[in-house]
Write a protein that binds this ligand. Structure first.
Ligand SMILES: [Fe+2]
Length: 383
């Protein structure tokens, strides 16, 4: 696990190699965090939950950092307001890297010796936490560069949006019956996916392919963003209030669609997999097709029968606790459980997800209006 720790920590810093010092600090929206803050926060996680708790003689790197880099853990104490993460011109980027080195040295020396399972579990959560942030770093940087008047490029050839849909229009039929949902095993899993339990599913069919850009262009051309009958009420309000007429990052130039990518503005490839849409758009599109989104249970039951991993896939399931779910005591009980309100489940993983981070029982969740993740659509229909 120590090798995994080292490689994940290194990978985080690799994401920063194309950045200028100025790129590390700004925060463009409430839900996206600056790179400097994420470098500090992922380090704070190991320092707070392992070093400060289990290493007696441990000296924290800087007593102010807990206030600056605590994200949402009320158990740990007061913290900077989420919308103020971009004002952290201090500490310097250099100091944040020194903080990472300090914590890495102590973690490595602690785990040189055999440690109890409780500590190994915490290390594993910390590694998985940093992997989750690696994906956020990609998506948050993308939003930052998009916000620049000249739409800065992160990396030439770094698009991440070129994967094409196979498009055989194949469907997987699943028979009605009782199925088991949730994780049980001895590999890492989050508390929100544990608690294997039974659900009853009716006959349904689920698409093998994800929806591609061409499909969504047809929706737009058919007035999809102007037709209230296709939208949930909340979704329709969102469209009107924000004057939405295309997926995030799309722009029409001379009658052709372009999209912002990490490699700059590129023509939208009609055959590539659709990305950067929110739950409202996914739901409206499915309705326009005369179909629906799968529930998270339908998705999990069928997951071995199709390829997944290119886009997070919106499901028609609210993010709720599984039967028997209990919030763990202490700060780490705040990791997942307290967000089980007003969010929808996404399944799978995306091109921006860290390798091997996801699994078929993994439950990602976001508010229905967020579009900055690499999220797309898999259609389903009742039989
Ligand atoms: Fe976090």
């Amino acid at each position: 696990m120590l090798d995994h720790y080292i490689s994940v920590r290194k990978q985080t810093e690799n994401f920063c190699s194309p950045l200028s010092i100025e790129d590390y600090t700004p925060q463009v929206v409430l839900h996206a965090s600056p790179m400097k803050w994420q470098l500090g926060h992922t380090t704070w996680f190991f320092e707070t939950f392992i070093l400060k708790k289990y290493v007696e003689e441990y000296q924290e790197f800087d007593a102010q950092f807990s206030y600056l880099f605590n994200s949402y853990y009320n158990n740990v104490g007061d913290r900077i307001a989420r919308n103020n993460r971009g004002v952290l011109t201090r500490p310097s980027v250099e100091e944040v890297y020194a903080y990472r080195t300090h914590v890495d040295q102590h973690i490595l020396s602690l785990f040189q010796n055999e440690q109890p399972k409780e500590l190994l579990d915490l290390l594993e959560i910390g590694i998985n936490h940093e992997e989750q942030h690696q994906e956020l770093m990609v998506t948050d940087l993308k939003l930052l560069f998009f916000s620049h008047p000249f739409k800065t490029t992160y990396k030439e050839n770094g698009s991440l949006l070129e994967d094409k849909v196979h498009y055989f229009n194949e469907w997987v039929d699943i028979d009605e019956g009782i199925y088991e949902i949730g994780y049980k095993g001895d590999q890492f899993s989050y508390d929100n996916e544990q608690g294997k339990h039974k659900v009853y599913l009716h006959n349904y069919s689920i698409a093998k392919d994800l929806v591609c850009n061409e499909d969504f262009m047809a929706f737009i051309e058919d007035g999809g963003y102007q037709r209230f009958d296709l939208w949930l009420d909340e979704g329709w309000s969102w469209v009107q209030e924000n004057q939405i007429n295309a997926p995030l990052y799309w722009e029409k130039r001379n009658e052709e669609w372009y999209q912002f990518t990490l490699g700059g503005m590129k023509k939208v490839n009609p055959k590539a997999i659709l990305s950067h849409i929110n739950f409202y758009e996914a739901e409206a599109f499915a309705r326009w097709k005369g179909m629906r989104l799968p529930t998270e249970f339908e998705w999990e039951v069928a997951a071995d029968k199709f390829e997944w991993g290119k886009r997070w896939e919106w499901t028609n399931s609210a993010y709720l606790p599984y039967p028997g779910f209990k919030t763990a005591d202490g700060a780490l009980g705040e990791y997942n459980g307290k967000f089980m309100i007003n969010t929808m489940v996404l399944r799978g993983s995306s091109v921006a997800t860290s390798p091997n981070h996801s699994r078929k029982t993994y439950r990602n969740f976001f508010h229905p209006h967020y579009r900055w993740q690499y999220a797309g659509i898999r259609l389903a229909k009742s039989l």
